[in-house]
Ligand binder design. Structure first.
Ligand SMILES: [Fe+2]
Length: 278
């Protein structure tokens, strides 16, 4: 059975890779995404693949939020009441979840590859959130479709590639192994666009588009299916090239977004890396 029906695939093809949009999905209440199954998955994943903390957070935070001290399995089983946020990373480490991720991405692979080249580094994430929880302002390096499986949330997205929301220096530091702390200021909210998401809906998030998320009044489970592409790697490498230029005192023009491919700077960076300079 298809999770993305023809209508969803048409919408995706018309908007990928730059325009955020809502898609219907037919994943339903998948047995692998029930709380007990997720608690068991989390307990079997390496510690580095699990992140969890209090969910009662402001939109902008400095550093990592406080730990709850509640073990991950218990956090997930009691997500309705424990006031937590949990992310399970690289769920493809578990064969059943790897198969699910592969099944979903295979459905839309043709639409992806005709635009941004080969689909690479596919990764799945599951986010489990208590009622009213907040995921603070940040960006991610993947092309991402977030499928809402249970409960609801509102993601506020900001334009990708606009330095007002994520300064070029932050992109450059991130792509050269540094931190990716995005500073929040309340006046930024005016440039955001809210995407309410209910179970059965999915939201496409363009690469590096800053966002924050407010969970709805019930606990929620979301599945994030992500991939990289020839295009996204070129942008990342061009950012790294710019970081090098900035280090030697040049103020480089920012990388360009789709449909520009940033190939000259990306090849420049790859050559420097080969020479051991980058
Ligand atoms: Fe995110």
């Amino acid at each position: 059975m298809s999770v993305f029906l023809p209508e969803a695939r048409t919408t995706f093809a018309a908007n990928y890779p730059e325009v955020p949009h809502i898609l219907r999905h037919a994943l339903g209440q998948h047995p692998l995404l029930e709380l007990d199954a997720l608690a068991a998955l989390a307990e079997g994943l390496p510690e580095a693949s699990i992140e969890y903390n209090y969910a009662d957070l402001p939109i902008g935070i400095e550093g990592k939020p406080d730990a709850t001290g509640i073990p991950i399995g218990e956090t997930i089983r009691s997500i309705g009441t424990c006031g937590s946020w949990a992310a399970l990373k690289n769920i493809e480490q578990h064969p059943a979840y790897a198969a699910l991720l592969d099944e979903l991405l295979t459905e839309i692979r043709p639409e992806i590859e005709t635009r941004t080249g080969r689909m690479m580094k596919t990764q799945g994430f599951i986010i489990i959130t208590s009622p009213g929880g907040v995921t603070p302002y940040h960006f991610d390096p993947e092309h991402n479709i977030l499928l809402q499986v249970r409960g609801s949330k509102v993601m506020t997205q900001f334009p990708a590639g606009n330095a007002a929301y994520a300064p070029d220096e932050v992109h450059e530091s991130y792509h050269t192994g540094g931190p990716r702390e995005l500073k929040w200021r309340d006046e930024l909210v005016e440039g955001g666009r809210e995407f309410p998401l209910a179970a059965g809906e999915a939201l496409f998030v363009p690469v590096m588009a800053p966002h924050f998320v407010r969970n709805g009044p019930e606990s929620s489970v979301s599945l994030s299916i992500t991939w990289r592409s020839e295009w996204s790697y070129a942008e990342a490498d061009a950012r790294a090239f710019n970081a090098m230029l900035r280090r030697i005192g040049i103020r480089p023009p920012a990388t360009a977004r789709w449909p520009h491919r940033n190939l000259a700077k990306a090849y420049g960076w790859r050559m420097l890396r080969k020479l051991g300079v980058g």
